[in-house]
Design a protein around this ligand. Structure first.
Ligand SMILES: Nc1ncnc2c1ncn2[C@@H]1O[C@H](COP(=O)(O)OP(=O)(O)O)[C@@H](O)[C@H]1O
Ligand SMILES: [Mg+2]
Length: 376
């Protein structure tokens, strides 16, 4: 195995996981020294190294995640895997030491698990970097005064369609995602991306459990993703909260959620509420069942689908809706840029009180406007 100094391969930057800590890993930004690309560097937490030198569940989960990411790479939805391997640095934040980099050679990653864990090295994955302001948990967190945020219906339906299409192709390969929570979902208004496949499963063929896994995945999608994006609430009732993350907790997280509370969002499309309640009651056994219901909801919102064409007025209304939503996103982005610009001014040393007071007044107003933004 080719072992090299870590810093010759990656320049490790800052932690980027602080708002949504994972159980298995710490995640930092890093610069890949081969091509200058900024990556998300996911390294196993040192507490998961066992005293006896054999890999624990958590270490094996890294190989498992890399394997699933390669299997699912033909879908545009999962985060891209660039490289995987092992590193020797003992501290949580890997500074110095050696690295063995295996690209996306999963067989080599697997073969080297026992030898390298035996030497106290830790597995890492180098992943496509996804920006924090597109993470749905980050952008939908309630404000200090508990103001909820939700996605517009048009965007939520679009996201649900993309998620369902992704699960359809994953389920065809007997892969279930399982770990549905907003912390793992990125959305820019148009394109869905998903991270963290170490709790996902590759189910055995032709068993009764396969069908149960597939049905459970649809349940988790409905209650763990689609419900929160349309209500800004957690399915266990109440404000959006970080969700527990260890293997046992992932299995149990939504097990008791068999009804959803729409009392804070009573105007949400009745057909959508109905679909999600059916999902919560585990009446949708396959992703196809979910898609059929979702298509019915989408048609009511102006989507023109082969199975059920919509009427011209609804189609036209949806075109205006999409244009309006993209303008809104641009407007919110412009507000953030304006804030950056005023913040640059306010930190200048020699400005006088007149200028500073006026800058602070405007900044407070911009913050207020952003707190009440229309799109999360
Ligand atoms: N590709 C990525 N780009 C940006 N941030 C990421 C990426 N992957 C993970 N993170 C951040 O790190 C956190 C933990 O990563 P995750 O893959 O969920 O680890 P774990 O397997 O320990 O749960 C995520 O919630 C997210 O905030
Ligand atoms: Mg996670």
């Amino acid at each position: 195995m080719q072992e090299n100094p870590l810093h010759a391969r990656y320049q490790i930057g800052n932690y980027i996981d602080t708002y949504a800590l994972g159980h298995y890993a710490r995640v930092l930004d890093a610069e890949d020294q081969r091509d200058g690309r900024i990556v998300a560097f996911k390294v196993m937490r040192p507490e998961h190294l066992s005293g006896d030198g054999t890999p624990r569940w958590e270490a094996r989960a890294f190989v498992h995640e890399a394997d699933l990411l390669v299997r699912l790479a033909s879908s545009p939805v999962p985060v891209r895997l660039y490289d995987c391997g092992y590193l020797s640095a003992p501290d949580e934040r890997p500074d110095g030491g050696e690295i063995v980099s295996l690209d996306t050679n999963i067989a080599a990653f697997k073969e080297n698990l026992y030898p390298y864990i035996g030497r106290g090295w830790r597995p890492y994955l180098s992943l496509e970097y996804l920006p924090r302001h597109q993470n749905l948990f980050y952008v939908m967190k309630p404000t200090a005064n508990n103001h909820r945020r939700r996605l517009p219906s048009e965007e939520g339906i679009d996201l649900a369609m993309q998620f369902a299409e992704f699960l359809r192709m994953a389920h065809q390969q007997r892969i279930v995602y399982m770990d549905h929570k907003l912390e793992h979902v990125y959305w820019d208004g148009q394109t869905l991306r998903i991270i963290d496949f170490n709790s996902s499963k590759l189910a055995e063929t032709g068993t009764h459990t396969l069908d149960q896994f597939l049905a459970k995945d649809v349940h988790n999608l409905c209650v763990g993703i689609i419900y929160p994006i349309f209500t800004g609430q957690s399915p266990q009732k109440g404000a959006l909260m970080p969700q527990p993350a260890s293997q046992a907790e992932v299995e149990q997280r939504y097990a008791n959620v068999n009804a959803l509370d729409f009392s804070e969002e009573p105007d949400l499309s009745a057909s959508l509420q109905d679909l999600l309640q059916r999902g919560a009651r585990q009446e949708l056994n396959t992703i196809r069942d979910f898609m059929t219901g979702l298509e019915r909801v989408a048609t009511k919102h102006g989507w023109d689908l082969p199975a059920s064409p919509t009427i011209p007025a609804l189609r036209a209304a949806r075109d205006h809706m999409r244009f309006g939503l993209s303008q809104l996103r641009q407007g919110q982005e412009a507000l953030r840029e304006a804030r950056e610009s005023l913040l640059e001014a306010v930190i200048l040393d020699d400005i006088n009180e007149d200028m500073e007071t006026e800058l602070r007044r405007l900044l407070a107003q911009i913050n207020q406007a952003l707190n009440h933004r229309v799109i999360p």
